[in-house]
Design a binder for this molecule. Structure first.
Ligand SMILES: [Zn+2]
Ligand SMILES: [Zn+2]
Length: 215
């Protein structure tokens, strides 16, 4: 499977995890989620323009804008039907909105400038446990530091605590909570792991092979 296709899958999973219906059913096993998302991605993937399938930082100029993109014409009806029959989307418009957001995230991540990796600290991602290139996540996001100090949410010495996360886990964390929520309620790995959406994400991610090009 191409590295870009696994990115698309990851973003689909992250959006589906925000669905309260899906996240409240404790027994939605990681494998079921994986099957469902694999199915959806395999249906959508061949219908996407080549420029989108090969999106990267170096091809950024050729990547079509997702807003102008004729998603309604390209998406196979089976995808929309699945999203509706699983109760994930309430109607066609809702389903296209979801797909558009997923594609926006997909493009944004693939076309981002290459991150500065550091493999000097933890070797394994602290959420999914995979041995892959890591980024560091400020458990108390930097954008909140001034507020955190002013409101005395945390002592100053805690501001620099970081977790070493792979890129997909890092984006999952920022997808489930705003920076302020992270700062106030999810400022340790244990607290993050108490969230059911993060647990599900972690179980899913730990089973995924990390694409060679994804580092
Ligand atoms: Zn990870
Ligand atoms: Zn972060």
């Amino acid at each position: 499977m191409s590295a870009n296709l696994s990115q698309l899958k990851d973003h689909l999973v992250q959006h589906l995890l925000m669905d309260p219906e899906l996240t409240s059913s404790e027994e939605t096993a990681a494998s079921e989620l994986d099957d469902f998302v694999s199915y959806l991605s395999s249906e959508i993937w061949p219908c996407l323009p080549k420029e989108l399938r090969n999106a990267s930082y170096s091809t950024l100029a050729n990547v079509p804008g997702i807003d102008e993109f004729a998603l309604e014409e390209l998406t196979p009806p089976t995808v929309i039907e699945s999203l509706l029959s699983y109760g994930i989307c309430s109607g066609d418009d809702d389903a296209f909105r979801l797909l558009r957001k997923v594609l926006q995230d997909y493009v944004k991540e693939l076309c981002a400038p290459p991150p500065i990796w550091s493999a000097t600290r933890a070797k394994e991602c602290e959420l999914c446990g995979r041995e892959v290139p890591l980024t560091y996540h400020h458990l108390i996001p930097r954008s909140t530091h001034a507020k955190v100090l002013k409101r005395k949410w945390h002592p100053e010495e805690m501001l620099n605590s970081v977790a070493w996360l792979c890129r997909p886990c890092h984006s999952a964390v920022h997808r489930v909570a705003s920076n302020e929520d992270l700062a106030r309620s999810y400022y340790t790995l244990d607290l993050l792991l108490e969230r059911e959406d993060i647990q599900k994400w972690t179980r899913y991610a730990s089973k995924q092979r990390y694409g060679v090009k994804r580092g």
